[in-house]
Design a protein around this ligand. Sequence first.
Ligand code: FES
Ligand code: FES
Length: 151
Amino acid sequence: MSFKLEVNRMMYEVDVDGDTALLWVLRDVLGMTGTKFGCGIGLCGACTVHIDRTPRRSCITPISSIGHGAITTIEAIDATQQGKALQKAWLDLEVVQCGYCQSGQIMSAAALLMTNPKPSDADVDAVMSGNVCRCGTYQRIHAAIHRAAAS
Ligand code: FES
Ligand code: FES
């Protein structure tokens, strides 16, 4: 079945089954591999993208459910003020270890700053607790979010 999608401000037409997860359309059909597969059941956050500026787990988002929603992925988050500030803070503080979870972390953090430009520690904890990092970079992630919020 054919679906029209807006991804990173470009229109695409894809021919996939309606229950295909957005994650696989991004990675396998559109070649946008910045969005990662972790658990596949909505629990780790590695696959986080934005749909209409709201964070969504792309591994459990069927393509048929998106409609006219505007999708943003890690490949284009630097086009937003929040994403750009976060990526700079991430680099300045050398947040990344293996890197696997990090695109999802930045997408969740960007969504947080879009709705709450000066989050408290508790706000950060509440939003970021769904993004798992097996390398334990949580302290640096928190510091980078606060640095981006202050910039
Ligand atoms: S891969 Fe989607 S939440 Fe883990
Ligand atoms: S940096 Fe390795 S999983 Fe988070």
